[in-house]
Design a protein around this ligand. Structure first.
Ligand SMILES: [Zn+2]
Length: 147
């Protein structure tokens, strides 16, 4: 039995290409994860251009990405470039600030930077920990120049 392909189209205003073909182009060397994030970042950045600056050029989009978001900065930058092509954001640079994972132990209050896959307090070995940072996926700011 043949599977029917989903009719999903690129949501970018001028694009409207079936997403499938866009992803097919990239499959093999880019993960969907970064592509989805790149699309979201582009969408939010576009929406945050002030009404009275619609002719301005977006120079840079600054984002904060926690290490727990498991984003490969290079892939994300590449995806972003693909996503913004021929849109209002075309040519904008994506600047990624990586935020380390900081955890706090609920038992002994120790705070430390998590660098490995082990989520246990390094002091008392408790598994009851709270993640203080590292889950961010925030758009800090967009930099705009008016010609
Ligand atoms: Zn502890």
């Amino acid at each position: 039995m043949q599977k029917q392909s989903e009719a999903v189209f690129c949501t970018l205003r001028r694009c409207k290409k079936p997403l499938r073909s866009v992803f097919a182009l990239l499959s093999g060397f880019i993960k969907m994860h970064e592509m989805g994030i790149a699309m979201q970042v582009a969408e939010i950045a576009t929406a945050s251009i002030p009404e009275d600056m619609q002719d301005a050029r977006v120079e840079r989009v600054n984002i904060k990405v926690g290490k727990l978001a498991a984003v490969v900065p290079e892939s994300l930058r590449f995806c972003f470039e693909v996503v913004i092509k021929d849109t209002r954001l075309d040519g904008a640079e994506l600047r990624i600030e990586e935020i380390p994972v900081v955890a706090r132990c609920r038992e002994c209050d120790t705070e430390w930077t998590v660098t490995g896959p082990v989520f246990r307090c390094e002091k008392c070995d408790s598994g009851s920990i709270e993640v203080l940072s590292g889950q961010e996926l925030d758009i800090e700011s967009i930099e705009i120049t008016e010609d």
